[in-house]
Design a protein around this ligand. Structure first.
Ligand code: PHE
Length: 336
């Protein structure tokens, strides 16, 4: 081999290396790429290296430099190939043909919406919101509320007891007493919160549910205040033309006690119908005394209602469990 053949074959090896790498798929793994490069250039590189010492002395220096340049050129090609691969791996993949993901927003639960509407109406009527504990002392839940010692609601089958004297409150009425202990009349509060009863979970009962309590205590409060305020609430909540009626009822902590019905059209083709929406009454003097108030000086009225029941009658729901299932297909119908 003479020097001109050596240089020509060295150029050819560089071309072969470039062609071998260009023929590879861009995602070829580095070891596979090196294998392909070796297959295309290895034999010829070995032949050239072996030919070097046999060249005439005068040509050897030029041939050696050409051989080094060839090796550097191949190393540069490999580096270029790997750099392109690294860039592909980190480049963001932007696929403009991909369908956009549908956006969705959260919405409030139908019972939450009822509670907030009722709060807003009573706020306009001068009530503020008060809260109390769900884990309650039996005295607040029953004793202070004038329950007789043998009242059936206190028994194990109705109440979830936490200890001898502590329980999960069965209604929001204990917050009446807590509020009256803390704030001197005039008191006008709305008390939303969860309550618990040892009931079966069926179409009309849930062992945990929301209540909204209302309480107004001042000098000179009478049943007229109760009727006027609750009738005004019903007009605002159900619409101005709705009729309300009061019927007799019984609670240990109110005297007299009543229930309020509203005439509603459930849009089910059956027209107007009376629906009971709350229990109410004048606060029993024993409750005022238990809270430390002079029952000769102060009187008051109170009510309690179940916003889940109201949501059910409003939307004509057949089963209370729908409100607990967290099934988006059901809940999204009420999203606003
Ligand atoms: N606490 C009663 C219940 O849970 C409702 C009620 C509250 C009735 C206030 C009268 C006055 O059924």
């Amino acid at each position: 081999m003479d020097i001109s053949e050596f240089l020509r074959r060295a150029d050819a090896v560089a071309d072969a290396a470039r062609a071998a790498l260009a023929a590879l798929a861009p995602d070829t793994r580095p070891d596979a790429a090196k294998g392909a490069l070796n297959a295309a250039t290895g034999d010829e590189l070995a032949a050239l290296r072996a030919a070097l010492p046999a060249l005439p002395h005068a040509d050897r220096r030029a041939a050696g430099q050409a051989f080094n340049r060839l090796n550097q050129a191949i190393a540069a090609l490999v580096e270029e190939f790997e750099a392109a691969q690294r860039q592909r791996a980190t480049a963001p993949v932007l696929d403009l043909s991909m369908p956009a993901r549908e956006s969705w927003r959260g919405a409030k639960h139908p019972v939450t919406l009822v509670i907030e509407e009722i709060e807003a109406i009573f706020r306009e009527l001068g009530f503020s919101v008060a809260l109390g504990p769900e884990a309650e002392h039996a005295w607040y839940n029953f004793g202070a509320l004038n329950f007789p010692a043998d009242h059936p609601a206190m028994e194990m089958h109705d109440t979830l007891y936490l200890g001898d004297e502590t329980l999960l409150r069965t209604h929001t009425s204990p917050v009446q007493v807590r509020t009256l202990q803390r704030f001197a009349p005039p008191v006008r509060v709305l008390i939303p919160g969860n309550v618990y009863r040892r009931d079966f979970f069926d179409a009309t009962h849930a062992p945990a549910f929301a209540q909204i309590e209302g309480l107004a205590v001042d000098e000179g409060i009478s049943f007229v205040d109760l009727k006027a305020t609750l009738a005004e609430f019903a007009r605002r909540f159900y619409g101005g033309t709705r009729r309300v009626r009061f019927g007799p009822s019984y609670f240990p902590f109110t005297e007299p006690s009543a229930q309020m019905d509203v005439e509603v059209d459930l849009q089910d083709g059956r027209g107007l119908r009376w629906v009971e929406i709350l229990g109410c009454g004048l606060v029993h003097p024993a409750v005022l005394e238990a809270a430390g108030l002079d029952s000769e000086r102060y009187t008051g009225w109170a009510f309690g209602m179940g916003p889940a029941r109201i949501a059910m009658s409003r939307h004509d729901l057949p089963d209370i469990r729908l409100l607990y299932d967290a099934d988006v297909r059901f809940l999204e119908q009420f999203a606003r």
